[in-house]
Design a protein around this ligand. Structure first.
Ligand code: ZN
Ligand code: MN
Length: 479
C-alpha cells in the first residue's frame, strides 16, 4: 500500500464525566460504581412528567475550569437544548445538551510528539447529561439508569490530527489536563472518558474534507489508536480502488476482531430536532466568575513540563511521563522538596518506586513508601551514609514491604557505609593477598583485573565500602 499519496484527517469528540457528587440536573449520586442497578435514580433523571431539572452549579464551575485550561473562550451566555431521539437507554426521550450556544468555544492544547510540539485546536466544549446502560441478554434487554443524567462534558476537536499516534497523544494530554484541574477523574476503566473518532482520507495537498467515518464509543487509548489505524488503512484501500467513501457513516469497533464495522449512515443535526430546553434558564458566566476560576486553576501539565525541563534537567520523555500524571508529579515534587536532590529523587521515583508499584499492581497513592520516607532514603545516599546499591536493594525492598522508614532499617541492619579507612585498608590488603594473579594481570596492563579487585572489596564489605575510597586505597597499595 502506498499511503504517501494520501493524508488522514482525524477529529475527536471526547465525553468526560464531570467530577461532581450528584448528577447534572438532580440530586442522585453520580457514583454508581458499587451500586445495584437502578439504585441511584429519581423522577427527574427517569424523565417522569411534571418534574423540573435544576442545573448542577458545580458541574458548570468545573466545565468552565476545563474550558479555561483548554484555552477556550467562555461566552457570557450559553443555553441548554433538547436533543431528541428514541432509544431505551434514554427514559426522557431526549438528551439535555447544548446545541448552538455551547459553554465554550475555540481553544487549543499543545501535545508532545517525541519532543516535537503540535497544537491541536478545540472546536467547542459543551455540557450534557449521560444516557443509561443497556445489557442485552438472550431473551431481552436489561436497562440500568444509574448513569442516566450523570454530568458530562463533550469536547470536540478540530480535524487537526493526521495519524493514530497524534490522536493518542491528544487524548492522553486531555486526560492529564482534565485531571489536573479536577474537572474529571477521566478513569477509562469506569467509563468516565470515551472517544468518538472521525476519520477521512484525502489526496495529499488537497484542502477539502471528504466524507468521514465516525468510530463510536472507544474506551481505551489502545482501542482509539488501533481503530483509527485500521480505519485509515481501510479508507486508503477504497481510494486506491478508485472508489472512495461517498457518504458519512457511523462505525463501531471491537478489540477482539480488530476491525471497524458499519453501524448506520451518520445522523445529522436535523435528525435530532434540537430546540431550546424550556425547563432550564440560560447559563450566565460573568467576567468576575471567570477571573475567580482562573485564580483557582492549578499549574497545568504543560507548564509543569517546561519547569521540569528547565529546573530538574529531566529528559523530554521523563518530563512528559511525570507531568501527565498529577499523582506522580505531586509525589515526586514532595520527594525533591524534602531531599533537596532532584536528580537522585528522579532515579528513585521513576526507576525504583514505579517498578515496584507496577510489579505489585499498585497506584502511586497506594505506595507503601511515603514521599517523606523516600526522600529520607535519597538523603542518606546523597550524604554518603549508604551506598546507592544498598539503598536501591535491601533498604528500599524492606521499606516497600514493611512501610518502615529508611534510617530505622539502615540502623537495624548496620548498613552504614564503612567510613573507617583503616578498616577498609585492611580488607583491601586481604583482597590483594588473595588475588596475586589479578595483580599481575593489572600490572601487565589489563584494566579489567583492577575492577575485579574493587568488586572483591565490595563483596567482602557487603557493599558497605565507598567504591571510590576503595579504589583509591587499592591504587595506593598496588602502586
Ligand atoms: Zn435523579
Ligand atoms: Mn454528546
Amino acid at each position: 500500500m502506498n499511503d504517501s499519496k494520501y493524508e488522514a484527517v482525524i477529529g475527536l469528540e471526547i465525553h468526560a464525566q464531570i467530577a461532581t457528587q450528584s448528577k447534572m440536573f438532580c440530586s442522585c449520586s453520580s457514583d454508581s460504581f458499587e451500586s445495584e442497578p437502578n439504585e441511584n435514580v429519581c423522577p427527574i433523571c427517569m424523565g417522569f412528567p411534571g418534574q423540573l431539572p435544576v442545573i448542577n452549579e458545580e458541574a458548570v464551575k468545573k466545565g468552565v475550569k476545563a474550558s479555561l485550561a483548554l484555552n477556550c473562550t467562555v461566552p457570557e451566555w450559553s443555553k441548554f437544548d433538547r436533543k431528541n431521539y428514541f432509544y431505551p437507554d434514554l427514559p426522557k426521550g431526549f438528551q439535555i445538551s447544548q446545541y448552538d450556544q455551547p459553554l465554550a468555544e475555540t481553544g487549543w492544547i499543545e501535545v508532545d510528539l517525541d519532543g516535537e510540539k503540535k497544537k491541536i485546536r478545540i472546536h467547542r466544549l459543551h455540557l450534557e447529561d449521560d444516557a443509561g446502560k443497556l445489557t442485552h441478554i438472550p431473551n431481552g434487554t436489561l436497562c440500568d439508569y444509574n448513569r442516566s443524567g450523570v454530568a458530562l462534558m463533550e469536547i470536540v476537536s478540530e480535524p487537526d490530527m493526521r495519524n493514530a499516534k497524534e490522536a493518542g497523544a491528544y487524548a492522553r494530554a486531555m486526560q492529564a489536563i482534565l485531571r489536573s484541574v479536577d474537572a474529571s477523574n477521566a478513569d477509562m476503566e469506569k467509563g468516565m472518558m470515551r472517544f468518538d473518532a472521525s476519520v477521512s482520507i484525502r489526496p495529499k495537498g488537497d484542502e477539502k474534507l471528504y466524507p468521514r467515518a465516525e468510530i463510536k464509543n472507544l474506551n481505551s487509548f489502545r482501542s482509539l489508536e488501533s481503530a483509527i489505524a485500521y480505519e485509515i488503512n481501510r479508507q486508503i484501500g477504497l481510494w486506491e480502488e478508485g472508489n472512495p467513501q461517498s457518504k458519512e457513516i457511523t462505525v463501531g469497533w471491537t478489540d477482539a476482531k480488530g476491525k471497524t464495522y458499519f453501524l448506520r449512515d451518520k445522523e445529522g443535526a436535523d435528525d435530532y430536532r434540537y430546540f431550546p430546553e424550556p425547563d432550564l434558564p440560560p447559563i450566565n458566566v460573568t467576567a468576575d466568575f471567570i477571573d475567580e476560576m482562573k485564580k483557582e486553576l492549578p499549574e497545568l501539565p504543560s507548564e509543569k513540563r517546561e519547569r521540569y525541563l528547565s529546573d530538574y534537567g529531566m529528559s523530554e520523555a521523563e518530563a512528559l511521563l511525570v507531568s501527565n500524571d498529577t499523582e506522580l508529579a505531586d509525589y515526586f515534587e514532595q520527594v525533591v522538596q524534602i531531599s533537596g536532590d532532584a536528580k537522585r529523587s528522579l532515579t528513585f521515583v521513576l526507576t525504583i518506586l514505579l517498578g515496584f508499584l507496577k510489579k505489585n499492581g499498585l497506584e502511586v497513592h497506594e505506595s507503601p513508601v511515603s514521599a517523606e520516607n523516600l526522600a529520607e532514603l535519597v538523603k542518606l545516599v546523597a550524604d554518603g551514609k549508604i551506598s546507592l546499591n544498598i539503598a536501591k536493594g535491601e533498604v528500599f525492598e524492606e521499606m516497600f514491604e514493611t512501610g518502615k522508614d529508611a534510617e530505622a532499617i539502615v540502623k537495624a541492619k548496620g548498613l552504614e557505609k564503612m567510613s573507617d579507612e583503616g578498616e577498609l585498608e585492611k580488607i583491601c590488603q586481604e583482597v590483594i593477598d588473595e588475588n596475586p594473579q589479578s595483580i599481575e594481570d593489572y600490572k601487565s596492563g589489563k584494566e579489567a583485573a583492577f575492577f575485579f579487585l574493587v568488586g572483591q572489596v565490595m563483596k567482602k564489605t557487603k557493599g558497605q565500602a565507598d567504591a571510590k575510597v576503595a579504589t583509591d586505597i587499592l591504587k595506593k597499595l598496588v602502586g
